[in-house]
Design a binder for this molecule. Structure first.
Ligand SMILES: [Zn+2]
Ligand SMILES: [Zn+2]
Ligand SMILES: [Zn+2]
Length: 340
């Protein structure tokens, strides 16, 4: 086994702490002199991610030199381990009840078992780099990038780490739509049709939950506006940074709406719709199967693991099969042939 104390590889892990201060909570960086009072309108995770992403950009490395920082530190950031595997991505983790935020390179295996953590969508760093050189506005939009499924999967992962654990399923479904549909100014307008598809109707609780989580703020509709729907300003900096390629994100949002009710999933139950969406986001559609740790799916849906089993039981008519392996904790499922 390799010792890591004198490891010459780059330390691509950065941490900020939230400390109480006389003028309000302060964001204190463990890498640089940064010490900033947290503004009331900005969530801790947004401020933390903004700052940490700056370090990640400045300490950029070619992907072949990036290593799993979790492994470098003996895999102490997660409870169990079956060896590092998969591509290295940036993982945002929340610790000590949100008093500590860490951004680090982590392999897919470590990332998937780290609680209170989410892979930061690749678009996040790319966007900020592009915006910094000042020329991005003149460039033609590149419709390339992750497909609908990857966008939605990354968004579910990101939201799982950033929304409070008790956030309800309907609120998570709404958050996915808002994050993917907002414009370059961080504003989102959800038309009546989307609200119907989300089965929100007059239910304001999901909006209130997102406001309490400081993700967004609803804004009154312009007088004379006939379109109806709901307008909101996104406050989350992490989501905000993904504004380019909006048509692609809207397409992914439409995909998410469809997948939440595909195969006759009961539209009235947001927990079923969110689980169906989450499974779709992790399904290998070339074969119609999926296999992911059950804990991860539960985390992305905001369920305790026992609740996931109950939901899967109720979702059974929309799945050809599903099972959880007792030894590995892997959830395997298969979609009905007509859906693949
Ligand atoms: Zn710093
Ligand atoms: Zn690890
Ligand atoms: Zn690893």
């Amino acid at each position: 086994m390799r010792l890591h104390t004198t490891c010459p590889t780059a330390r691509r892990a950065w941490t900020v702490e939230l400390r109480p201060g006389s003028g309000g909570p302060q964001l204190v960086c463990q890498q640089c002199d940064h010490r900033g009072v947290l503004l009331a309108a900005v969530s801790a995770r947004s401020a933390a991610l903004e700052h940490l992403a700056g370090h990640a950009r400045r300490d950029a490395l070619p992907s072949y030199l990036r290593t799993c920082q979790c492994h470098e530190r003996g895999c102490r950031w997660h409870p169990r381990h079956r060896g590092c595997a998969g591509p290295v991505r940036l993982l945002l983790a929340r610790e000590r009840g949100g008093r500590l935020w860490r951004l680090a390179d982590a392999c897919t295996a470590c990332a998937s078992v780290t609680m209170q953590a989410a892979v930061v969508p690749e678009t996040f760093l790319r966007t900020t780099v592009a915006a910094a050189d000042g020329a991005s506005r003149r460039r033609k939009r590149q419709p390339k990038g992750p497909g609908d499924q990857v966008r939605v999967r990354e968004m579910l992962s990101y939201l799982a780490a950033t929304l409070p654990g008790h956030t309800g399923a309907a609120t998570r479904l709404l958050a996915v739509q808002c994050a993917l549909r907002m414009n370059a100014d961080g504003q989102v307008r959800l038309p009546i049709g989307v609200l119907h598809s989300l089965r929100l109707g007059r239910d304001l609780l999901p909006w209130t939950e997102l406001e309490q989580a400081r993700c967004l703020r609803r804004t009154p509709a312009c007088p004379g506006s006939e379109s109806g729907g709901t307008i909101a300003q996104i406050l989350d900096g992490g989501l905000f940074a993904q504004h380019p390629a909006r048509p692609d994100r809207r397409k992914a949002a439409d995909w998410a709406l469809r997948m939440a009710t595909v195969g006759g999933v009961s539209a009235g139950d947001p927990a079923l719709r969110l689980t169906a969406l989450c499974l779709a986001a992790h399904t290998d559609f070339s074969v119609g199967h999926g296999c992911v740790e059950a804990d991860r799916i539960a985390h992305e849906c905001g369920f305790v693991p026992e609740a996931l089993t109950l939901v899967l039981g109720r979702l059974a008519t929309s799945l050809a099969s599903w099972s959880v392996a007792l030894d590995s904790g892997d959830l395997r499922w298969e979609l009905p042939p007509g859906l693949v």
